[in-house]
Design a protein around this ligand. Structure first.
Ligand code: UD1
Ligand code: UDP
Length: 365
């Protein structure tokens, strides 16, 4: 069986790492790793390959940044040529970024099977580019691997045949558990003189939070306010950095207790998460990792496609309510947080389940 694994943006790399490693011991599947180049900065791409031991991609489409439509179009055009020359039996796409949907659209038009890992998540907010990517990809996928039961219900409601859906757990948690010793060895706490549980971690990049100058200014002012009570460390995503500069908000971030950094590598970022008092975020993956690590998570979004992190995990989804953000940060500082459990199958064995199901589906076992 010839399989192309597709990655493109930061959250894809921690999802593909355990799969590449598991597939390595199944020689009856010829695996080709393709990077679309949607993310390309050293700290948004290469660094993760080095840290997580992901093999160098066999192909890099090098598409870079552009408008939503142009980015999707150029991925499709280039991926079309690649599939002509490689002739894969199937492609495997992860998550919900533009690369996920663009490659899936190319595959379905050519009768190439599509395997979607992290299927079935829905925010029910079609203003999110990712929601469109999720709906389109799932509607044309042949095998849908879901991380939690809610995702099965979402897919069934959209008329997807239950025989295509497999509950395999959360692939990101495979990576988190696998790299725990290396995470432990990170020196980032010393680098920034941070004590265990003496700080909060911040990450923001959703267009709904960072593309509007008034909203972004309001969030930044609230972060500075919280930083009067506890130190905050904020590794800034390139979209957010660009907008802070364009909107002339840089001066607002001038606070001794607010540490600003470039995007961080996986090991350093997880080390901060494990040792933080709380995390303020709008990231999808971070909502899941905080649940797996039982770290209080304050999500600045009106909705989440990962409701299990709020129902069973440590996540509080609070919209853009900055008063609530401050209140919850105070609760976390005082050690007050809801009880939580780690969802079913978020156990570090998802890659094994995925590969076993692929082999059985494609008649290899
Ligand atoms: C993308 C995904 C989003 C995911 C996020 C993870 C889509 C629609 N969005 O959002 O789901 O949560 O990645 O981080 O696929 N840029 C750089 N260097 C890079 C990459 C981006 O400077 O290596 C800047 C460019 O100015 C670019 C902007 O960031 O225009 C946004 O990048 P893009 O990939 O379009 O979307 P993200 O916001 O990163
Ligand atoms: N992450 C990281 N360094 C950072 C910020 C995030 O390694 O500076 C990790 C994070 O722990 C998670 C993944 O990147 O594993 C999530 O990616 P991102 O937030 O960019 O995308 P999303 O999950 O929102 O699509």
């Amino acid at each position: 069986m010839k399989l192309i694994n597709v990655v493109g943006a930061r959250p894809n790399f921690m999802k593909i790492a355990p799969l590449m490693s598991e597939l390595n011991s199944h020689k009856d599947i010829e695996t080709i790793l393709l990077h679309t180049g949607q993310h390309y900065d050293e700290k948004m791409s290469n660094l993760f390959f080095e840290e997580l031991g992901i093999p160098k991609p066999n192909i890099n489409l090098g598409i870079g940044s552009n408008s939503q439509a142009k980015q999707v179009a150029s991925i499709m055009e280039k991926f079309d040529d690649v599939t002509d020359s490689i002739k894969p039996d199937a492609i495997l796409v992860v998550g919900d970024v533009n690369s996920t949907m663009a490659c899936s659209l190319v595959a379905v038009k050519k009768g190439i099977k599509i395997i979607h890992l992290e299927a079935g998540l829905r925010s029910f907010d079609r203003t999110m580019p990712e929601e469109i990517n999720r709906i389109v990809t799932d509607s044309i996928a042949d095998l849908l691997f879901v991380p939690s039961r809610d995702a099965i219900d979402n897919l069934k409601k959209e008329g997807i045949d239950e025989s295509k859906i497999f509950l395999v757990g959360n692939i990101m948690i495979d990576t988190l558990f696998h790299f725990m010793d290396k995470i432990d060895n990170s020196k980032i706490l010393n680098d920034y003189n941070l004590g265990n549980k003496g700080f909060g971690l911040v990450t923001l990049h959703r267009p709904s939070n960072v593309d509007d100058p008034v909203i972004l200014e309001n969030i930044i002012k609230s972060l500075v306010d919280i930083s009067n009570d506890i130190r905050l460390i904020f590794p800034i995503h390139p979209r957010t950095r660009k907008n802070i500069q364009t909107f002339g908000l840089t001066h607002l971030l001038n606070s001794n207790n607010l540490i600003l950094t470039e995007p961080l590598g996986y090991l350093d970022f997880q080390k901060l998460m494990v040792n933080s008092k709380f995390v303020i975020t709008d990231s999808g993956g971070v909502q899941e990792e905080t649940t797996a690590l039982k770290i209080p998570c304050i999500t600045m979004r009106e909705n989440t496609e990962r409701p299990i992190t709020a129902i069973e995990g440590t996540n509080e989804v609070i919209g853009r309510n900055t008063y609530k953000m401050k209140e919850l940060a105070n609760d976390a500082i005082n050690g007050i947080w809801k009880d939580s459990i780690i969802p079913q199958y978020w156990d570090g064995k998802t890659a094994k389940r995925v590969v076993k199901t692929i082999k059985s589906h494609f008649g290899l076992i």
